[in-house]
Structure formats: C-alpha cells, structure tokens
Design a protein around this ligand. Structure first.
Ligand code: FES
Length: 92
C-alpha cells in the first residue's frame, strides 16, 4: 500500500502519497494550478513556496515542483514571484 502523509494547503488538511512534490500533491488534492506554476522542472521560479513542519518553528522555502511533501507540512505559496516580468520589447 502506498505511504500517505498529512499536509495542509491554505489551512486545510489533506492525506496525499508521500512520494509527490508539493505541486503534484496540490493537484492530487483537487487544486487546479492557475498561478504559481510554470516550467515544472525547477527553472522558472514561479512556484516559490513557504512551508513549515508541524511542531517546528523554522520557516522553510522551496520550489513546489521540486520539494517532496513531508508529514505535517503546512504550505503557502508566495504570490507574484518573480515580480519583474517584462511586457515590452527591450530594443524600444
Ligand atoms: S514551476 Fe518552474 S520552478 Fe517550479
């Protein structure tokens, strides 16, 4: 049987397979990722995430597409990161 862990997305508890990343665990839990999701390979930085483990004070950061879920993980995403998205041509 697949090992499951309890994680918290935006304050709500979910039981997800232990071998998922934060991003795939959110999709497993039913979220449709419209923001904070880009390349899915650790390059773009769009999925910057902060989290902490239940019972520990340390606040950790990571990429949701690269960070594996852990038991008791509380997750929040960082909105609008990276913030400097060019919308004009550099030569103008
Ligand atoms: S989606 Fe691009 S770094 Fe995670």
């Amino acid at each position: 049987m697949e090992k499951m862990v309890n994680v918290y997305f935006f304050g709500k508890k979910y039981s997800v397979p232990a071998d998922l990343t934060i991003m795939t665990a959110m999709e497993y839990a039913g979220y449709t990722l419209k923001r904070g999701c880009g390349c899915r390979h650790g390059f773009c930085g769009a999925c910057a995430t902060i989290y902490r483990i239940k019972g520990k004070n340390e606040l950790k950061t990571g990429l949701a597409c690269q960070t594996q879920v852990e038991e008791g993980m509380y997750v929040a995403s960082i909105p609008y990161f990276p913030t400097d998205k060019r919308t004009y041509d550099i030569d103008e």
